[in-house]
Design a protein around this ligand. Structure first.
Ligand code: ADP
Ligand code: MG
Length: 339
């Protein structure tokens, strides 16, 4: 590789902040491969996501924030499997070498890597349109991964955190007409920014739910769509089960409650993408333990409904009346099938 590229990697990526030692990492960046040690009783969990400028994030996004988002959305997949992060690789395509951009990107990445104790172990650096691919590697005890396939009739359906914040943030962050960020107070601006760029990867919750949850997924396309993935994956030999969701229980943030009008609430909470919260199903016999385990971590864990025999998703209002879920219009909020 060219000296300039070598120097760039040394300066911004092969740094002490990003390539810190961690049990299980035998060799980090610098050789032809990284080496990871996988204990005999564990499985290596791997997941990869690419974010393209102009498709998955605004072209002028802040480099540090972007780095945070890229790593967090990947870590969220480990969380959804109940895996513990080990290390990650980074493939970066850059249109130009900008020292300030690289500095910001490296710092944001390092802050996130150290927060989640996931060390950079290698990567690839090329010239081209701005694109960031991260692959995370984690460990999960053999047989204990949280799969999408285990939901059973009667299981409770739970979500971590709050729903719809990233969907609420997107039109503001992409400066859509009528969504002026500057019209909001500073705390709301910061909350929306964080919801989109710094979603919490629910790793501790995922690990705490090993052996308790029957199925899990992280919410990237919107709760309704991701819950349907779980229900379909859990079909087995019989027809896929369905879900009844109690609309009054859907957890939303303060800023969401204030900014989103009644008619949009359900569509955004159930249809908005990019939340990266966990949606899990829990058999009745484990519900009390699962709630206690996640809430002990200081993470909201809300029962929003249950798995039922009739396929599809029904929404139940506070009076007990059920209607099939229709989400017309929610795509307006930025969920554009571009994953
Ligand atoms: P090779 O030609 O053997 O594929 P490269 O020249 O692409 O190797 O990379 C040299 C070393 O630098 C490798 O260890 C690789 O993992 C590391 N590396 C390259 N780009 C990055 C990056 N963006 N972040 C971290 N490590 C990187
Ligand atoms: Mg090589």
């Amino acid at each position: 590789m060219a000296l300039a590229e070598f120097e760039l990697i040394r300066q911004y990526f092969n740094t002490a902040e990003l390539t810190f030692p961690r049990p299980g990492i035998v060799l980090g960046p610098g050789d032809d491969c990284a080496l990871l040690a996988v204990p005999a009783d564990s499985h290596l969990a791997m997941s990869m996501d690419t974010l393209n400028a102009g498709v998955h994030f605004p072209v002028d996004a802040d480099a540090a924030e972007l780095a945070q988002r890229c790593l967090r959305v990947n870590l969220s997949d480990l969380a959804a499997m109940g895996a513990e992060p080990l290390g990650f690789t980074l493939s970066l395509s850059l249109p130009e070498v900008s020292a300030s951009w690289l500095q910001g990107f490296s710092q944001g990445l390092a802050a996130c890597a150290s927060h989640y104790q996931c060390s950079l172990v290698g990567g690839d650096t090329t010239r081209g349109p701005l694109a960031i691919t991260i692959q995370v590697h984690g460990l999960v005890p053999a047989g204990q991964a949280l799969r999408r396939t285990g939901a059973q009739l009667g299981d409770g359906i739970y979500v971590t955190g709050t729903l719809g914040d990233a969907a609420l943030a997107l039109p503001y962050l992409t400066q859509q007409p009528g969504f002026e960020l500057s019209a909001l107070n500073l705390a709301d601006q910061q909350a929306l920014h964080a919801a989109f760029y710094r979603p919490d990867a629910r790793l501790d919750a995922g690990m705490a739910l090993r052996g308790l949850a029957s199925a899990a997924i992280d919410i990237s396309d919107g709760l309704a769509s991701d819950l349907l993935h779980v229900l379909q994956a859990s079909a087995g030999a019989r027809a896929a089960p369905g879900a009844v969701i109690d609309s009054a229980t859907l957890p939303v943030s303060d800023v969401f409650a204030r900014l989103v009008g009644g008619s949009d609430r359900l569509a955004m909470a159930l249809g908005g993408g990019d939340d990266y919260e966990l949606c899990v199903t829990v058999p009745p016999r484990h519900e009390a333990r699962a709630q206690a385990a996640v809430q002990a971590l200081g993470i909201a864990f809300t029962r929003i409904g249950e798995v039922v025999a009739d396929s599809g998703i029904m929404v139940r209002d506070s009076g007990g009346a059920c209607q099939p879920l229709t989400l017309t219009g929610y795509r307006h909020f930025g969920n554009q099938d571009n994953e």
